[in-house]
Ligand binder design. Sequence first.
Ligand code: ADP
Ligand code: MG
Length: 613
Amino acid sequence: MNRISVLKQRLADQIAAGEVVESPASVTKELLENSLDAGASRVDLVVDQGGIKRILLKDDGSGIHREDLILALSRHATSKISSLQDLERISSLGFRGEALASISSVSRFTITSKSDDSEDETAWSLLTDSRGKEAKIVPISHSVGTTVEVCDLFFNTPARRKFLRTEKTEFTRIDEVLKRISLSRFDVKFSLTHNSRNIHLLPAATTAKDKERRVALVCGAPFVENSIAIDCERAGMRLWGWVGLPTFSRSQSDLQYFYVNSRIIKDRVVSHAVKQAYRDVLFHGRHPAYVLYLEIASEGVDVNVHPTKHEVRFRDSRLVHDFLFSALHNALADVRPEVSPSGNRKETLVGDYEGTQSFFSLKASEAAFAHKQDYSSGQSVPQNEYSELPSHAFAQNSGISSDKSISNEPGLRPELDQDFPPLGYALAQLHGIYILSQTSAGLGIVDMHAAHERIVYERMKLDLDKETIVVQTLLVPISISVSESESACLEEHKEELLKIGIELEQAGEGSIVIRQIPALLGNANVEELVRDVLSDLMKYGLSTLIKERKNELIATMACHGSVRANRQLTLKEMNALLRDMEITERSGQCNHGRPTWIQLTTEQLNRLFLRGQ
Ligand code: ADP
Ligand code: MG
């Protein structure tokens, strides 16, 4: 082996560059962060050939003094912190003083700047030569601010250059970086040009509407239309932003933006809290979409965890977790048919999709638009006579729901000018699947099975939590045959099953008798219900089932208890269901995350029929 020697500065920089500079996108991220730290209000990014050939970033920030230009390129040189105390409450994005040193060691690098408090008439440009020996500083004309140009990335480190992807891929990454950062600072104007083509021009956004427009540019308009705006404060923390409706879930976790004090981060505490909050409303394997901002005292969060500063460590992670969870959980619980359709909710319904054809090809997730709510508007849900009717209203199904009964049932068809409840009043049942209702804005369509399932589920959850399950004794006990192991399993868990409202008994070899079930499940096919509970039970064991998978167990039960397709409902029953939906948390989507209702406004219907055009 050779003897030990200290590496040359340049080689050390090139090695260290591996930590922060891995692609044109990571260069872009560092440069953008520097501009924002310099207080820029406008940032123009120009990229050629996916950033491999050139990345140029011009800002109107505070600039750099001539004497500091060389320093800016030295490792561990920063203007952002100077003591250990500073490190503990960082308010800037950068602080490690290594980005420019790293970038300039693996590219042809130029930095030009004019400081806002310098007496110099001119700006100064620092050029490095191709071998990286730092070159000369020359006067140049430039307005206050800084321009950094990075050409031929990795030209001198061929091994790293090999890892570069195609121009297109690298550009996509840069674009994503710009988008992410642009969402962290609505007050800054951004532009992006690629191969002389304008890609984005994002004007500064001050009003709520402007901000939503920027979010729509970055995340797509459907996201904004299918999200709830939230803003909560607690324990010195604030969480605001947009959370996607559960019905707007995605197959990938690609639409998730989380910022802590304007820094985009990935964090396990955060992901876990969000996941928990969505657990009850999201179809298995789907991912929520969100753009969220956490504001927290800088002392409460350590950002010096990773060279790329993508990760943070919360000093009190439990507190942060609980805050995030409860804020999101509450927001999502409020996703139910809106109280006042004439409220300040945006009407982004079907007709906004151009052309009538598109209406018919809408996917369920897109059709969920109708639930858009304004979280901040606060709501109170009016009760009426039908909301008193519990779900067993469905159990006493008369089997008649003829149109003639409509006018005979008093109070079901109020005058039009009367206040409509959010889901309106039932008109008819369609193909045994949907309830059609007249709402104040137009036509409501409710998937009755999906909606009822959610209602039963939410009720059972509450009842189980409060241990107030109402049971119903079966007039004729039902006997089902079971295997020996099933029978043993049931016997073992008899007591606990009683707690969830199921009473059963051995009845000799290979058979059991069910005597009682939760009243909420009055409609259930008892045998199927017990068999499904049994299969969950055999699979997980009761203790896991009750503790960790309680909601799954309830969901299994609720599915059996809810009104089946093809059941004929009376108008009264339909209205009772609509009223139940209005007061049930999370009733905007079923237990599998699909929407339970949509609305077509009269305008949209008019458009479909080309009326008034
Ligand atoms: P850090 O951002 O961690 O301080 P960098 O290597 O990214 O380290 O930058 C070094 C220093 O150069 C910064 O601390 C800052 O003073 C200066 N600097 C870099 N970019 C800019 C810019 N766009 N405008 C003003 N100053 C800048
Ligand atoms: Mg920096």
